[in-house]
Design a protein around this ligand. Sequence first.
Ligand SMILES: Cc1cc2nc3c(=O)[nH]c(=O)nc-3n(C[C@H](O)[C@H](O)[C@H](O)COP(=O)(O)O)c2cc1C
Length: 393
Amino acid sequence: MGEGTTRRAVALGLGGVSIVAAGGLVWRAHDAGVLGAADSPAYQPWADWRDEPLHGPLAIVRAGILAANAHNTQPWRFEVREDHIALHADPARHLGAFDPFRREMHLSLGCALENMAIAAQAAGHDAEIHPESGDLPPGGPDTSLAAVMTLTPGEAREQPLLNAIAQRHTHRGSYLPVPAPQDAQQAMRAMAEAEGMRLVLYEDGPEKGRLGELVVSATETIIHDAEMAQASAAWFRFTRRAVEEHRDGITLDAAGLPPLILAAAKMLPSPGAEAADRQWLEATRAVHVGTAPLLGMICVDGLYDRAATLTAGRLWQRLHLWMTTQGMAAQPLNQPVEIVDREAELGREPAMAAALAQLTGDTEMRPTFVFRAGYALRPARPSPRRPAAAVIA
Ligand SMILES: Cc1cc2nc3c(=O)[nH]c(=O)nc-3n(C[C@H](O)[C@H](O)[C@H](O)COP(=O)(O)O)c2cc1C
């Protein structure tokens, strides 16, 4: 057991993992969902996407709902017509003080648009995306419409990222000490440049260390900010029942724990929100930052520009799908930008914005998305999803 793993086990109060075998807790296994995520209806949308025909607008929605999205809030509604799909934000499914400008909500909608565009083109549509313009004000925009995707019949075109849609999962476990190849990094930078964005990647040196420090210090700030901590905890789903009922949120299955620790964590009583936050901070330090071969940032011109935010979300989804095809693992670590938002919302001194600008040497193109990438021993587990039928208006 590696150092990070041991520390996480201790943080979870799992010093004696052998209790799983010896302690008579096995009876709880089914109830707690220990037998795995895939046996639950909350994960059916992943199978639906693979099994149902890639045909018509519904297939496009089935791809959209599998996208990455902040805290697995799934903040979307789809208005489906024969010749277009209107993508709306679901204003009730937000992260409150964690996302005061709904910037992460719009990044999430952008992720959905990218999956939709890939599915549409594979299904023989010419898809054009028309994003709403304007800024993201505090509290988010008044109108829910985020973008319209027009669909005209065209040639079905092979999409190299299509199969990755159901294989991509956020990986929160330990990464191996294996560097990301230079040509992979170059390919990722080129994807960003094609969208007029800048991708900053650090694989070693003081900049990587500094960005790691900012991720950890931002996490500390978040867990000591009662409103942010509460807004985040509202999306924790630590029991099987909560997963089944909500089919969203952050689950134990997606925490990246080694199998035995995961099984034990599920059978023990749910950690309270405070314990979960402490565990998150410890995992951020020891595992997320501590084992990351590559830290990166997507930088945009217009941090609160609605269309640019949607495009940045599309870019993250494309990068993560592409990394999936390369056998790479990835995890967003967006805490520093969440603090930038919080400082702006509260009119505080923009200390985190200044720290990020100092790091990138750029005050124009500002980071909107921070992540790590690398290679992992085991694949990541899926997160639950509400079915397409539940999110079609
Ligand atoms: C805008 C945005 C911000 C995110 N921030 C984080 C983060 O800070 N830490 C993390 O572990 N995951 C983060 N995620 C990943 C989501 O939690 C994840 O996409 C969601 O739970 C669904 O899981 P999946 O990506 O495995 O399908 C973020 C995703 C998006 C789109």
